[in-house]
Design a protein around this ligand. Sequence first.
Ligand code: COA
Length: 384
Amino acid sequence: MSTETTPAYSPGLAGVIAGETKICSVDPNSGLLYRGYDIHEMASQASFEEVAYLLINGELPDGKQLAQFTRQIAAERTLPHPVIEMLRLLPRSTHPMDMLRTGVSMLGSFDKELNDYSHGANLHKAIRLIARVSTLVTDGWRISQSEEPLPERPDLTQAGNFFYKLNGAVPQDWQIRMLDTIFILYADHEFNASTFAARVTASTLADMYAAVTSACATLKGPLHGGANEESMKMLEEIGTPDRAEAWLKKKLAAKDKIMGFGHRVYKKGDSRVPVMREIGRDLGQRTGKEQWIPICEKLEEVMDREKHLCANVDLYAAPVFWMLGFAPELNTPLFAASRVAGWCAHVVEQHDNNRLIRPRSLYTGPPARPYHGVSSDGAASKRR
Ligand code: COA
């Protein structure tokens, strides 16, 4: 008689506690803390570099530590030449997320500390990855647009370099501040799908690049990071606020999934939405593109009434990125350029206190049965 007890089954691991973390806490009632600090305070005051330092090191940096961390990131931004050459070999139609995933995987071969899983070596790799994920996106995009990659500007921040390396123009301070805030909002979200994928990979004692490659692959899907690209397609299809309600009702009647709505954890609203909505309103005024946020608001109103579902951060990120001048295909890579800080922090935490992540499955296939295949009764050896 089997002594094995059957563990509780939760489809999609919903509600399952799959591990411990000191990095980030998501409150289903709309709260989000990074290492105990409220995201809203950080979003309005901190820099992305400060938040990235906090996530991977556990405490906020002092002025000297922040300056050194910023210099370290700047020193690691340039990609190894063969990685640039690889980006040139990809078909021009390659999606930027596929370029990124392939690029991260290749970067591992150029890191001398690849197979050193000590805490110190992992922190060095985290700095390289935070610097270079961003460059893979900007250089990869320029190459796909038949333009040459640009050298980085060490005087600009991570957010400033993202703009500069993409289009060669030094952004205005308010643009840098906005992207900083967006990067802070996206930097971590406990055991979301891509971070969990990274932790599963790291838990086999695979290296940090392998884990971040898994994370990039997982982020791409439209139920996760890919939602911010899909949301922009939806908003463009709707076009004007007065068309939003009819459009949405038709989609709901057809039982379609509406991008930018719903969340596995948040049931009373995504803690990041109010900040992203405000950025969107501000951008609408600055750019004169004032239709996007009212469309989102109308969708929110109807979705709440019809399905009691809340918007998630990707609904508002889509028009925000569009108004900041980014092509929609860059929406998910922009998310990755920020979330890489969280991914790396989780890999450091996983390696520092590792246990293989290996759940069980509930078998729903046929019961045990005798084998009567073409090779049974020695038929295979007779045929030979
Ligand atoms: N549009 C329409 N209906 C939705 C919905 C959406 N975006 N999100 C959830 N629902 C509905 C489901 O159809 C389901 O209804 P049912 O019980 O009548 O079948 C119910 O709400 C529960 O949804 P479910 O898909 O089981 O929730 P989940 O926790 O597994 O999924 C998401 C969470 C995020 C994957 C899901 O909400 C979704 O697909 N959202 C759109 C993609 C997106 O914006 N992703 C970014 C997340 S930050």
